[in-house]
Design a protein. Structure first.
Length: 303
């Protein structure tokens, strides 16, 4: 009943913004979209005549409120050596310089985004500058993405930067086999490449987060905690809409932290506790390997 009352008030205040989209709210631990019964207020209009776009607000992705995100967003970064994290950020700088063709963040948006991530992780300014200078001189290596099936059938994408792909492939295959996983084709189909704008979420209610997403033109908004357990909002959008959404959010008074392209799961997999722990051990082992930049997974949050 409370949800219906809240939605009734929201629709009344924002009827113009919502006249061409449907709304679903992910309420269950399985993140299943649930259509809210508004006692006939807008059923015919929204559910029958204009099913154009669906916007989700997914509170169950919040770190600290479910087992998987607690492991992925809190335990991992706190247990990992800071120097290793900075090393991987430096590798990302090398890729950005190579792909963007410039060591000047003002002329290389990919580099600017990575530098912003470095600052968000409190990487010293001197280290960032050294990484940029080193990227101009170093042998850049090549980037690869390996596809794998992990414990319980979860899907993984493993971003690699290496100067010897054969060596890296052998090591990754060894780590996968050791943890009951294997390389496989088709894992990429469980993900979609999206623009992600991260903003501070302190003091922002779920209803306000949804309003901001609509007004900024985002496709989705997720409430989460970062590795320091501070609330953040992740606004998902098309890759070409990333800059526009970020600018719109800032015009609305939202303080954005970073903007990047990410692999977002389209087919989440929920794992029982034993397989969840096995998946974490595998991902931790992969992240320990120096050639690994990042591991993407489609593991769904648990309540």
């Amino acid at each position: 009943m409370a949800g219906a009352v809240a939605l009734r008030g929201f629709l009344t205040r924002h009827s113009r913004l919502l006249d061409c989209m449907t709304i679903t709210t992910c309420m269950s631990a399985r993140i299943r979209p649930v259509q809210t019964d508004c006692t006939g207020l807008c059923h015919d209009f929204f559910w029958k005549t204009v099913p154009v776009r669906t916007l989700h607000l997914c509170p169950n992705f919040c770190a600290g409120h479910n087992k998987w995100s607690k492991v992925k967003h809190i335990k991992g970064p706190k247990d990992a050596a800071r120097s290793r994290m900075f090393m991987k950020l430096a590798m990302m700088i090398r890729i950005a310089v190579k792909e963007g063709g410039s060591s000047n963040p003002e002329f290389n948006i990919a580099l600017a985004n990575v530098v912003e991530q470095c600052r968000g992780k409190n990487m010293p300014k001197a280290s960032i500058e050294a990484a940029i200078k080193g990227a101009e001189k170093s042998k850049a290596g090549t980037q690869h993405t390996y596809e794998a099936r992990g414990p319980g059938g979860c899907m993984l994408l493993i971003d690699i930067l290496t100067d010897n792909n054969t060596r890296s492939l052998q090591e990754v295959r060894h780590l996968l086999n050791k943890h009951g996983a294997a390389l496989c084709e088709g894992a990429r189909h469980s993900f979609m490449r999206k623009g992600v704008v991260v903003a501070l979420g302190e003091g922002v209610s779920s209803e306000r987060a949804l309003e901001l997403a609509i007004e900024a033109g985002a496709e989705d908004v997720q409430e989460m905690d970062d590795e320091d357990e501070k609330p953040i909002l992740r606004f998902l959008c098309g890759m070409s809409e990333q800059k526009k959404v970020r600018m719109s959010l800032e015009e609305l008074g939202v303080r954005t932290v970073s903007a990047s392209l990410e692999f977002v799961p389209t087919a989440p997999t929920q794992l029982p506790q034993d397989q969840l722990e096995a998946a974490f051990s595998l991902i931790e082992a992969l992240n320990d390997y120096t050639d690994v930049l990042r591991v993407w997974d489609n593991i769904q949050s648990q309540s």
